[in-house]
Design a protein around this ligand. Structure first.
Ligand SMILES: O=C(CO)[C@H](O)[C@H](O)COP(=O)(O)O
Length: 209
């Protein structure tokens, strides 16, 4: 299972600092939606230039203009770009068209989708590389939130999936056990006193092979 670090910060400088500390321990560097909204796609270019050996993930959460938004993110240096599962099929198909043009991939973020397993099958049939079983920061803060539902949805989907939603050292093994190909961790790394150590601890909790 691969490890993805979601950098939910607001400036390119802060992201470069986080990435430098975590990069030795992670496979994928994600520019979070607030970072891209705040700093623009030049942040994607800066991270790719600093870490050409890493997969760079632009969390655009596109809802419309799929082909155009994905195209500009790939041109800026992204390897993977997100489109929302709640978007229409034509938006997802448009983003997939841009990914094919650049030889890159689209990830469909299933945040807010009621039946994640069913939508996952549909969007992979449309050409998405994989789906993200995701509970956002607001949903995580809601009363009664249960992380395990994401794992059940992933297992039921039958397609390649990542999981995001407050993953920690205590829960990452369960994500691997559920069959996820990628675990996404944000606050468990960027909020830690030592970012490199936190990333290394998550990596150490993933079984090899
Ligand atoms: O996409 C996001 C919020 O919409 C986050 O980046 C994702 O949820 C991972 O962060 P955390 O581990 O803090 O939940």
């Amino acid at each position: 299972m691969q490890l993805q670090f979601a950098m939910d910060t607001l400036t390119t400088e802060a992201a470069l600092e986080l990435a430098a500390a975590a990069a030795p321990h992670v496979d994928i560097l994600e520019l979070g939606t607030p970072l891209i909204k705040s700093a623009g796609l030049s942040a994607v270019t800066a991270i790719k230039q600093a870490h050409p050996d890493k997969i760079v993930f632009a969390d655009l959460k596109t809802m419309d203009a799929g082909e155009l938004e994905a195209d500009i993110a790939f041109a800026a240096g992204a390897d993977l770009v997100t489109v929302l599962g709640t978007a229409g099929d034509s938006t997802i198909a448009g983003a997939v068209k841009a990914a094919e043009k650049h030889g890159k991939g689209i990830v469909v973020d299933l945040i807010g989708v009621p039946d994640k397993a069913a939508r996952a099958k549909q969007v992979v049939a449309l050409g998405a590389a994989f789906v993200e079983m995701h509970a956002g920061l607001d949903e995580q803060a809601e009363e009664g939130f249960t992380f395990s539902t994401l794992l059940d949805d992933g297992k039921a989907s039958g397609v390649p999936f990542s999981v995001a939603g407050g993953i920690s050292v205590a829960t990452i093994a369960s994500v691997q056990d559920a069959g996820a190909t990628i675990a996404v961790a944000g606050s468990a790394i960027y909020s830690a006193p030592d970012v490199g150590e936190a990333a290394a601890a998550l990596r150490a909790a993933i079984r090899e092979g």
